[in-house]
Design a protein around this ligand. Structure first.
Ligand code: GAF
Length: 383
């Protein structure tokens, strides 16, 4: 990929570009908890967005996307570009400028191998790659944490999704073989070795290859529902600022003051945080069986209580539940399509992949994409 990006750069803008990469992510457990100030357990993967960049000394920047085979001129004094892919680049620069940086004009080509729409966070990978590349190229002095916030705010202010910080954080802070156990309130994190093979398991993703259009609008609705629940509890309980501060006892106490749907959304988040903590304790002991049960529990909550799953994802997890070789499976990411993450006993792996592929195709007329991932290094300069 690096060669392709650099060759395209050379053809369009000449020699001398430097290449950077920032990866997509998986998340073991803890979904929709990040914007509720809870915990998440993502890891960077071996699929990334690659950016080649060079200052151009002019007034406007030029950006080319390999995936869209399209070039745009970015005038940072003008409006947001019409193309969404270019809005990510524009948004990152704007967010840097809001924080006081002067970002000179540049030429850039980018592309990658993070499957789009699969819930592996290709957009956060792009924001992080662009932010990391510009920060290094122009010596802007942003920390990785600031770059993660710049990516997150790009999403809020230029794409319209009020996302949490998990995806950008994982893309920037991930390390080879390690899961990022992140507290989304304090942004304290621990890199924990993750070695399922040693416990006789494998992690595999099945991409439904569907993406329902509801995804970003419903995402913002979920976030607003969580905020509505917090507002009710906060009227009575001093110090409550987010769902992280709310217990099930508190939620039950004020249940009558909130819509049933708000109650259901909030209870999912509170339980999901607890599942993560319990799952994490199990993983620390190498107990993948207990961890897997938490993963199944997470899917149940996401599907029935948070209602962000879809028939294709539920179908995959139902098959997983009936297969004794599968320790845990659930939808991953924002939902309404994308992929499931599965923890499977090594000896059951091949038969499980065959079973899923066959049954899914029978039901939906196309095969799911089987994606094997390796937990890998976060944003870095390739040179
Ligand atoms: C998307 C968002 F971008 C993340 O911030 C996170 O909320 C996730 O959905 C759900 O856990 O990937």
């Amino acid at each position: 990929m690096k060669t392709k990006i650099l060759e395209k750069f050379k053809a369009l803008y000449g020699d001398g570009a430097v290449c950077y990469a920032s990866p997509g992510r998986v998340n073991l457990i803890g979904e929709h908890t990040d914007y509720n100030m809870g915990f998440v357990m993502p890891g960077a993967i071996d699929k990334a967005i690659y950016v080649a960049v060079k200052p151009n000394g002019g007034k406007v920047s030029h950006v080319y996307s390999i995936d869209y085979d399209e070039a745009v001129e970015l005038d940072m004094t003008g409006d947001k570009p019409a193309q969404q892919w270019a809005s990510y680049v524009y948004g990152v620069v704007k967010e840097m400028e809001k924080r006081g940086a002067k970002v000179p004009a540049f030429d850039m080509t980018f592309g990658g191998d993070v499957p789009l729409g699969a819930g592996l966070s290709s957009s956060a990978a792009l924001e992080s790659a662009v932010g990391f590349a510009l920060n290094d190229t122009f010596n802007l002095g942003f920390s990785r944490e600031e770059l993660a916030k710049i990516g997150q705010m790009t999403e809020h202010n230029y794409i319209g999704v009020r996302c949490g910080i998990m995806d950008q954080f994982a893309s920037l802070f991930g390390e080879k073989g390690k899961i990022v156990r992140l507290d989304c309130r304090s942004l304290e994190y621990k890199l924990e070795p993750f070695n399922p093979e040693a416990a006789g398991c494998k992690v595999v993703l099945f991409d439904t290859q569907v993406k329902h259009t509801l995804a970003s609008s419903e995402y913002n609705v979920r976030r607003a529902q969580c905020e509505a629940g917090v507002a009710v509890v906060a009227k009575h309980e001093p110090g409550v600022e987010s769902l992280r501060d709310v217990t099930m006892e508190m939620l039950d106490k004020y249940k009558d003051e909130m819509d049933d749907v708000v109650y259901r959304r909030c209870s999912f988040v509170i339980n999901e945080n607890q599942r993560l903590l319990d799952g994490c304790a199990a993983l620390e002991k190498g107990d993948y069986v207990t961890f897997g049960q938490k993963v199944f529990g997470s899917h149940e909550g996401l599907s029935k209580w948070y209602e962000v799953s879809c028939k294709e994802l539920d179908f995959l997890v139902d098959i997983a539940r009936k297969n004794p070789g599968v320790l845990g499976a659930r939808m991953m990411g924002g939902g309404f399509g994308g992929c499931t993450i599965n923890i499977v006993k090594t000896e059951a792996y091949d038969a499980y992949v065959a079973e899923i592929t066959e049954k899914f195709e029978q039901e939906f007329g196309h095969k799911p994409r089987v994606i094997e991932v390796v937990i890998s290094q976060g944003a870095h300069k390739i040179g």
